[in-house]
Ligand binder design. Sequence first.
Ligand SMILES: [Zn+2]
Length: 298
Amino acid sequence: MFRKLTLIILGLLLVIFAIFFATATDNTQNNGIVSPLVNNAKKLIPYRFSKNKSATNRSQKVPILLYHYIREVDKTTDPTGWNLSVSPENFALQLSYLKSQNYQTLSFEDIDYLIENKQNFPTKPIILTFDDGYDDFYTNAFPIIKTNNFLATVFMIGGKIDQSNYLSADQIKILNNYGIEFGLHTQTHINMTNASDSNIKKELTENSNILQSITGKYSNILAYPSGQFDQELIDLLYKTDIKYGLTTVEQTADFSIHNLLILPRLRVRGSTTLEKFKELLNNQDGYLIVPTTTTNIN
Ligand SMILES: [Zn+2]
């Protein structure tokens, strides 16, 4: 009898501890921002939302899709490249499906605005993200995104701008004028889990400065190169202006629950058929992500 009671009390204590720690982590995120980055850009208010300050209790679950290349690749000669690529044909089918289901694409600037103004998220929100900043985003993905009147976020490797196979500064300008959002992916695609603090800050500052010099906008979003992150990195980022950290952990993001520096994404692969794509959108698995070192291709 006493043993049972002790167990129950211990269990209750554990739950209380868990809640306490979850809350403590959230507080760290909102306080004590010391920025190694330069923040000159004015905060922009998205034009898509009216200024209605009603409180919200609508779901803040948002599938964040992860793409790399939008191109045709031969599966037999380059299986890795093939799985990192979605064909323009499949990409068009996927976006048509999203359109037919009344999905509304959001940028992280939109998310910021909705959270800060306590506004309802759209009924069917979705975020399209593209890692690395390949030039096929401009030639293949952008026309399809535009046709559907959608938005997207590109995580650009700073040092690759104007290099072969990557977006040029001129292309970034055109995309930026349309409303495509640009985020950080470090200057040289470093493994952020084994770099020194000073190197991480240098990589982020350079990446941020070059993007801001082209777009005129300051970016506080970061996709971890190769999806690599750990607790030490997250602790370092708490002390910067970086507000949203994108992983390659595969879950639907929930902005009301997930640590904003450890947001999961749903990877769309070369092998993702339209049926699998529909299943991805219904992936409601998991509420907790434990910070851990992870390794993934690109
Ligand atoms: Zn990458």
